[in-house]
Design a protein around this ligand. Structure first.
Ligand code: C5P
Length: 310
């Protein structure tokens, strides 16, 4: 033994798991001059994860590969939000990127669960670690917000109130865990498509801005029962999502008939979330929904869970 410590080798690969987000409260205001809508939302990260692995490659540049659920429907090139995140981190660290970004998808694509934003959040964190870039929380959040409105929350995880276009966050200290059954459908809804439908319906005086999040925030802080929480779920995009994909109404109805405490459109849809009392309730509801058909896939999830930068 020489007594010398070996020099630390740079890591060759970094893997991070990034959770999906849901919005137990999603209040949508009017469109702003920049085209975004003001939001008053409460996010929760749930235990449905994409895995982002970044690996050094010999050549410079950023290559993307994707496997898992819906992989063939996503661009495996520089237009992928995870590739944009890797590029942004390289710019920030003033380095030439040399990385393979591999996404393993479990979060349904275009489902209202922020899967693309989660991948971008994961790529930011993983690339910073791979390249040894020191970056403070505030700077990381700033880069994330530049990539998309949901990306800052996807970094943080937990439960948070979101305002602005969703990127301004205040953490909520939750005193419990809540259980969900997540039912995906055969259709997809793009976020802008659903916001445009909200605007159209507002033009017909349908829907309003649910700005006040106090009751649901207090419920999370107090560790409210699922029964109490079921009466506080709000989604101002629900009417728009159901108007675009009317078949969602029958899936929501099916879950309620099979014993869910509440049926809730996830974000801009079309994924449907069913709130249940506990894990055994989740297991039995999921089994019944699978037997009935009508959902493409049915998953169990609980939240809050931590994000990759927590
Ligand atoms: O921020 P992000 O790139 O994820 O948003 C995608 C699209 O969703 C925006 O271009 C906009 O059309 C719509 N959006 C919105 N208001 C928000 C967030 C997103 O209108 N608060």
């Amino acid at each position: 033994m020489s007594g010398q410590t070996a020099p630390e080798l740079p890591e060759a690969a970094v893997t991070v798991d990034v959770p999906a987000k849901i919005n137990p409260h999603l209040g949508v205001g009017d469109a702003r001059p920049d085209g975004y809508h003001s939001l008053s939302t409460v996010y929760q990260a749930i235990s449905l994860y994409d895995t982002v692995t970044v690996t050094r490659r010999r050549e410079s540049g950023i290559a993307v590969s994707i496997a898992g659920e819906g992989a063939d429907t996503l661009p495996a090139d520089e237009t992928n939000l995870a590739a944009k995140a890797a590029k942004l981190m390289a710019l920030y660290g003033n380095i030439e990127p040399d990385v393979d970004v591999h996404l393993f998808k479990r979060i349904p694509v275009a489902g209202g669960l922020a899967g693309g934003s989660a991948d971008a959040a994961g790529a930011l964190v993983a690339c910073a670690r791979l390249w040894g870039i020191e970056i403070g929380d505030a700077e990381l959040r700033r880069l994330a917000a530049g990539l998309g409105s949901d990306v800052p929350f996807c970094l943080a995880g937990g439960i948070a109130v979101g305002s602005g276009r969703g990127e301004e966050l205040v953490r909520v200290e939750a005193a419990g865990t809540w259980h969900w059954v997540v039912a995906t459908t055969d259709t997809q809804i793009s976020t802008p498509e659903c916001f445009a439908e909200v605007d159209r319906l507002r033009g017909e005086r349908i829907g309003r801005f649910s700005e006040d999040v106090d009751a649901i925030v207090k419920a999370f802080e107090a560790g409210a029962s699922a029964d109490e929480l079921s009466r506080l779920l709000v989604n101002d995009m629900e009417a728009a999502a159901v108007s675009l994909r009317p078949q969602l109404a029958s899936l929501m109805h099916a879950g309620l008939e099979e014993g869910a405490l509440a049926a809730h459109v996830s974000g801009s849809g079309p994924t449907i979330l069913f709130l249940v009392g506990d894990k055994p309730h989740a297991v039995s509801l999921a089994r019944r929904l699978r037997m009935r058909g009508g959902a493409r896939s049915v998953h169990l999830a609980e939240g809050p869970v931590a994000g990759p930068a927590a």
